[in-house]
Write a protein that binds this ligand. Structure first.
Ligand SMILES: C[S@@+](CC[C@H](N)C(=O)[O-])C[C@H]1O[C@@H](n2cnc3c(N)ncnc32)[C@H](O)[C@@H]1O
Length: 366
């Protein structure tokens, strides 16, 4: 297989031409396209409006309200709430009648105070109202590897503990969006496997007023139904999903992170807030089928698009920053890229790539 760096590379200016059309994809694959620009504008172009009513899932991790204006697009306070909530009606237009919106967002803290900001929560409630959406379920993503933060209160003064989770809100205009937890089953625990094998357990009432039937645990359902707390140490990790073709292990394994290697090799900024592919995999499998369309309006390094491509879902991603949008191309096999815009060229580095590739290999040097 041809590689970035060895067989192919990209050429692109640091910034795109000022009058580049927002409705022109930065690059495309057989299943998806990345657009570069502010979502509030890109999603209103005629090109994108053609997708109204077609997305089975909007899956995204938006910028959160920082208490200092460090990064692109991080608004604060009421301005953030208005901006964020304004996306609800806009994104809803793209949904199929039984489609879902899933938003992952971290916690924010008040500037200079050991106090959490409630801006995200207010923004979320406003989002639900503006979109006329139901909260289907709330999930918690626990990241045990997260570095201690906020440093001031956790490491220096030692008056708070590590902030180590993000919230995930699953919303839909309908009470019954398409969903199937049989597609995200986890491997049974050893004790459960034994129980199924022997068929021996204590039936009857439990303290929490549950009644365990004599046959309840005898059926092998091919795996355990996952809880809405994902990624914790106590629970099996998402890497242990037992549904077919789990791409997660490869995608998450340090040295095989192609996107990171690509950015390092070129001395360009690695996206600082990449989500684990396992998170996208979980929700794409749970809420969509092959062939469905998934939209990520705050795509960053395009984790969502890459996972969607692996899982055979169509996808559309929008990212405001040119560097993030263009470097995300490295999440795909160079030979899977079917089109690039005039400001992004794929160049061939050696003959080996030419001979190893099929005649249909797309090569763009515009
Ligand atoms: C939390 S990151 C997403 C990370 C992504 N899930 C990943 O795995 O790489 C949010 C992204 O939204 C982008 N962004 C901020 N405002 C935007 C806007 N108005 N339209 C599109 N993208 C925006 C930021 O540049 C940033 O890359």
């Amino acid at each position: 297989m041809a590689n970035w760096g060895k067989h192919y590379d990209i050429e692109t200016p640091e910034k795109p031409r000022p009058r580049r059309r927002l409705s022109k994809p930065v690059y495309r694959t057989a299943l998806g396209s990345v657009y570069c620009g502010e979502s509030e504008k890109v999603l209103r172009t005629n090109r994108l409006k053609e997708l109204h009513g077609q997305a089975q899932l909007v899956f995204t991790s938006p910028p959160f309200p920082l208490n200092t204006k460090k990064r692109y697009g991080n608004k604060q306070g009421d301005k953030y709430i208005r901006w964020f909530a304004g996306f609800a009606p806009l994104l809803k237009e793209f949904l199929t009648p039984d489609g879902s919106i899933v938003i992952e967002i971290g916690n924010a803290w008040e500037r200079g105070r050991p106090v959490m900001s409630t801006t995200v929560l207010k923004a979320f409630l406003r989002f639900l109202e503006r979109g006329g959406l139901n909260l289907c379920q709330e999930f918690i993503w626990y990241n045990s590897a997260r570095l201690p933060s906020p440093v001031e209160w956790v490491n220096k003064e030692r008056i708070r503990v590590k902030d180590a989770f993000t919230r995930i809100w699953w919303m839909s205009p309908t009470d019954r969006p398409k969903a199937d937890n049989r597609r995200v089953l986890r491997e049974y625990s050893d004790s459960m496997k034994k129980l199924i094998e022997t068929g021996k357990y204590n039936a009857g009432p439990r303290p929490a007023q549950h009644h365990i039937g004599a046959e309840s645990f005898k059926t092998n359902n091919n795996g355990a139904i996952p809880p809405n707390v994902l990624g914790s140490d106590e629970l099996p990790s998402l890497n242990e999903l037992v549904t077919p073709s789990s791409i997660i292990k490869a995608a998450n394994t340090g040295s095989r992170d192609g996107y990171r290697d690509f950015c390092r090799g070129r001395d360009v900024t690695i996206h600082p807030a990449r989500m684990p592919p396992s998170l996208a995999e979980f929700f794409l499998k749970f809420l969509t089928d092959e062939g469905d369309l998934v939209i990520d309006p705050f795509a960053g390094s395009n984790t969502t698009g890459a996972v969607a491509e692996e899982l055979g879902r169509h996808w559309v991603s929008v990212e405001a920053r040119w560097d993030y949008a263009t470097h995300s191309i490295s999440r795909f096999d160079p030979e899977a890229i079917t089109e690039t815009c005039a400001d992004l060229s794929i160049v061939q580095l050696d003959q080996a790539a030419a001979s190893s590739s099929s005649a249909a290999l797309p090569l763009f040097t515009s």
